[in-house]
Design a protein around this ligand. Sequence first.
Ligand code: ADP
Ligand code: MG
Length: 232
Amino acid sequence: MIELKNISKTYGKKETAFTALSEVSFSIPDGASVAIVGKSGSGKSTLMHVMSGLDPATEGQVIVDGVNIAGMKAKAKDSFRSKKMGFVFQSFFVEANQKVLSNVSLPLEISNVRPRARKARALQALTQVELADKADSRARNLSGGQKQRLAIARAIVNKPSIIFADEPTGNLDSETGDKIMQLLFNMNKKLGATLVMVTHDHDLASMCDIKVYIKDGRLEKITGAAKAGGKK
Ligand code: ADP
Ligand code: MG
């Protein structure tokens, strides 16, 4: 379960301070699919970054499976995140000069999986996103859509119990986007991973158990939480 308790996030200090999130509280039960929706600039990406421990909240707590991630030391947090979570974030991207395969293996490395097992699992994840033939290419040489698929492969390689995706189909043509979403929903439905995504796509949002509406940094409303909570 992911619990957000009274989360606020302010960027900058004094005159330049900008509060991107104010007093946001909600919970997500294990295995739910969640769409975060709202206008551009409303704080959706900020919310994803805070929920996943990529960025600290200014106030409030993020509790993942009973652990307050703000209270963790950097190394413990990295390890916790790489074992439990997968990320598809625009701002948290690939090592451009590294090979595609190394990029996908990175979370396995952080969580101390042995080198030989890493390679096999990274290739398996690349196969799932139909990118295995690019394993030895430099990440910088991929097209936008291929980079997005690489990001997805990296997000699922550790078989995470929570997947965070910030507009995962944003750069993709509709056919590739559909495939990627099938893959993410499969991880959710078949493997029981919690799926939290930001999306502008109403069809995608309507496929999710829970919809979180963010407006001007505040939780405007949340739908489906009780139902999703009751299914487990
Ligand atoms: P969304 O993803 O909904 O489009 P964001 O979470 O990216 O919105 O941004 C919310 C607000 O916070 C915006 O006004 C944005 O300009 C501001 N913001 C985001 N990141 C930073 C930052 N690192 N420093 C200052 N302001 C930021
Ligand atoms: Mg955003």
